[in-house]
Design a protein around this ligand. Structure first.
Ligand code: SF4
Ligand code: SF4
Length: 136
């Protein structure tokens, strides 16, 4: 959930309800306005509806793709947020091609990611072109 922030409604309150609601300190008051650090934001949506002045009443639903999971180990989410299913499927196809090109014979995908590094993998996937929202 990408929070939609309406700047014009923000009053730069001393005790901002959005900052209070954010579990990871991704929001702060700067120049008398709320600022959400998009790089840090987890898109959890917990801040939506918290502002008493309606600065964040809504959010955009999206999908995150997690890669590199293995048995009990959870994968890690790519930064992009995809707002429609078609984009998700296209990106999954790109990931499969990536694995075909960079994976060693018999290597699990999670191991390929560990070997190359998550950031490198994400960089290569992004270079393959995307029409999605980059949440960086
Ligand atoms: S987002 Fe709402 S609660 Fe936070 S500073 Fe702006 S007006 Fe105040
Ligand atoms: S969506 Fe979640 S992480 Fe992002 S600013 Fe709101 S509460 Fe914080």
């Amino acid at each position: 959930m990408i929070p939609v922030f309406k700047k014009e409604c923000c009053r730069g309150c001393e005790n901002c309800a959005v900052i209070k609601a954010c579990p990871i300190d991704a929001a702060e008051i700067k120049d008398d306005q709320l600022k959400i650090n998009e790089k840090a934001c987890l898109n959890c949506g917990l801040c939506i509806g918290k502002c008493p002045f309606d600065a964040i009443t809504d959010g955009i639903n999206g999908y995150k793709i997690m890669i590199g999971g293995r048995w009990g180990k959870q994968g890690k989410a790519l930064k992009q947020i995809y707002t429609n299913k078609e984009d998700v499927l296209n990106h999954i196809e790109k990931i499969i091609y990536f694995y075909k090109e960079y994976g060693l014979p018999g290597e699990r995908f999670a191991t390929t990611i560990d070997r190359l590094g998550f950031d490198t993998v994400e960089l290569i996937l992004n270079k393959a072109g995307s029409t999605n929202i980059d949440n960086e």
